[in-house]
Structure formats: structure tokens, C-alpha cells
Design a protein around this ligand. Sequence first.
Ligand code: ADP
Ligand code: MG
Length: 189
Amino acid sequence: RISKMPHHKTLDAYDFSYQPELDPRRVRDLATLAFVEAKANAALLGPPGVGKTHIAVALAVAACRAGFTIYFTTLDDMVRQLKAADAIGRLASKLRTYLRPHVLVLDEVGYLPLGRDEANLVFQMISKRYEKGSIILTSNKAFSEWGQVFGDEVLATAILDRLLHHCEVLAINGPSYRLKNRLAVVDTH
Ligand code: ADP
Ligand code: MG
């Protein structure tokens, strides 16, 4: 849903000098959208404020401009929607919302731990999308922590197996851009 996405984010507006550990070439490679063509995935990992959502949105906007269909959601919002649909027997039709677009942005994976039924809904979506369409996900959790996020090691492994089979993983381990100016103020005192 492009309307729910902060669609003014572009790669040009991303200051790579602020994240020296992130290789700009890896982001520019993603921006060629070859991974979207290949129905592969991209994962942006790191702590809050490093620009995960910014880059995910910039890639989705580029994909949209190139004629691909996109859908933006947080993981928690998707889970809420799928649960509500499941409760009234409309899971299959709601799943199609997340299966149809060429690019699905799944923002904020891992912010809240999921229950078993919720994790199972995520697994259904991931396994149905596998090799059919791209996912760009952002997460503040390392993959090794996904067992805790999804409340079940076996389920987390099954999700990661499909997600990571064809996936560019970018770890952004640096300072929060949100704190940039505040830290600068502290530094001058
Ligand atoms: P995250 O999703 O990793 O928590 P965001 O992508 O929401 O972080 O970034 C937080 C804010 O800082 C956003 O307004 C984003 O546009 C901006 N931002 C983050 N990193 C950079 C950067 N390197 N250059 C320019 N703006 C950035
Ligand atoms: Mg974010």
C-alpha cells in the first residue's frame, strides 16, 4: 500500500558517509532491481535509526517507478490483518494481498514476539511467496534471534530457510541517524 509508505525516501537522500560499514555498492546493486527480476529477497538488518526503512522504501519506490507492483506493511500489521481474516474464514483471500505484488516490503520484523498461530500465518505467507515474488524486510534482530521472535525454533528455521535461499543480506551496524543532531549538540558542550 504505497499510501501508508513514507514515499519521499530516496537513495540520493541517504548519507552513506554516516554509515561507513555499509558498502554503498551493495545498496546500488539492489537498486538495479535485478533481485526483483529474479524474485529474490533483500534483508536490511541493524539497530534502530540506521536507515533500514529508508532504504527499503527507496528500493520499493524505485521498483514502483520501474513498473513493478509493491505493497508496504509492517510485520505486525500484516499479522493483525491475517488473523482477523482467518477468524472470519477469509485467510486465503487476505493472503493474496501479500502474495500478489511483485515486491512486498515487510518492515519491522522482530519488534514484538509472535505467538505460535501468528508465526504460522507468517510461515504460510513466506512459503507461498517463495520464488514467486520479492520480499524486502527490515529487522532489528539477528537471524539467530528469530527463534525467540517466532516463539518456535523449528518454525523460525523453516521461515529462514525459504527467506534466505535467494536473499541479499545487508547488515547496517552503526549509529542512529535519529540521534545525529542530538549527539552533535552534546559533543559541543
Ligand atoms: P530504521 O528503520 O533503521 O529504524 P529509518 O529508516 O526510519 O531507520 O531512519 C530514521 C530517520 O533517519 C529517517 O527519517 C531516515 O530518513 C533518516 N536516515 C537514517 N539514516 C540516514 C542516512 N544515512 N542519511 C540520511 N537520512 C537517514
Ligand atoms: Mg524502521
